[in-house]
Design a protein around this ligand. Structure first.
Ligand code: NAP
Length: 269
């Protein structure tokens, strides 16, 4: 099996990266930056996002696993003390694959034919540096509402614990193939009216955001933000592709949610 390790770059993560690399090469596994079967992220969820985007072009043949060197992560769920066990598992046991849904984002320009297509593991967040955004929101080909406000966030189930949660969105189990649309400070008055609740769309229900005013947008795909001008539409839906996690032991999603957001003591009451 060929592997690659992506480190956050701090001293502890680099040290763990060197240890894992040494152990796995001692077990005759091959370090391959170009075509790894397994990508091991060492750092936090931010590092995991980085690793995902580096290998997003080969999701069908690369699986991911994360070791966290900070607090417990949603994607990085192995602790440094478990590194020896993890290495032996990787060297000796074929991993099980757990798949999570991804978000497909297509940004189409007003003129010209080129369009940009992205896959997001957490979300896309659409804002502007120029006041508020105004979008006609279309769901499954029908006009739904005209949104005016700070911005909109469209997230995956596994991204529902990230930016989406801070915006008041619900937490969705990643076995559900869905995307969630959450508002950022919508303006509600006699002219503009929005639903005000997060919307959860199933697979194949496409959400299309059509800017009402030709402006420039700051469009974030996970940790990476780009400025776009001349945008005709932003299309979001559940992607055909999925991320594949290498699983060597169970760590249920709701346990990760509990351990990250609810204290142990609260759970015992
Ligand atoms: P960052 O601003 O340095 O860190 C964002 C925080 O979100 C980190 O603590 C990160 O965990 C955590 N995180 C990332 N994915 C998560 C997930 N799926 N569930 C729970 N927590 C998660 O940015 P970054 O490290 O480059 O990560 C980019 C992400 O930041 C975006 O995808 C977005 O979800 C999130 N974000 C959140 C807010 C907010 O909550 N108000 C605002 C903007 C962006 P680690 O510390 O383990 O890396």
């Amino acid at each position: 099996m060929k592997f690659k390790i992506v480190s956050k770059g701090d001293k502890q993560s680099n040290e763990i990266k060197s240890r894992i690399k040494q152990y796995l090469t001692d077990f005759d596994l091959e370090y391959d930056k170009e075509e790894p079967d397994l990508v091991i992220s060492v750092g936090g969820d931010g590092t995991f996002l980085e690793a995902f985007h580096r290998y997003v072009h080969r999701l069908d043949c690369t699986a991911f696993i994360g070791v966290h060197t900070g607090h417990l992560g949603f994607y990085a769920d192995w602790v440094p003390d478990e590194v020896e066990k993890l290495v032996i598992d990787i060297a000796k046991t074929p991993f099980q694959v757990v798949e999570y849904p991804l978000l497909e984002v297509i940004i189409r320009p007003e003129s010209g034919t080129g369009e940009d297509r992205f896959l997001a593991l957490n979300e896309t967040a659409i804002k502007t540096a120029e006041g508020s955004v105004v979008f006609d929101v279309e769901i499954k080909g029908e006009h739904f509402e005209t949104f005016r406000g700070d911005g909109l966030c469209v997230s995956t189930p596994s991204g529902s614990t990230a930016y989406n949660k801070a915006l008041g969105g619900g937490i969705i189990h990643p076995s559900l193939e869905a995307i969630q649309l959450t508002e950022m400070a919508s303006i509600n008055n006699r002219v503009f009216r929005t639903i005000g609740s997060p919307l959860i769309l199933p697979k194949h229900h496409t959400c299309l955001l059509n800017p009402k005013v030709n402006g420039s947008f700051l469009i974030a795909i996970d940790h990476f933000t780009q400025n776009y001008t001349n945008v005709k539409s932003i299309q979001c839906r559940v992607a055909e592709e999925k991320i594949r996690f290498a699983r060597y032991r169970p760590f249920p999603f709701w346990n990760r949610v509990r351990d990250s957001f609810v204290s142990e003591e609260d759970m015992k009451v």
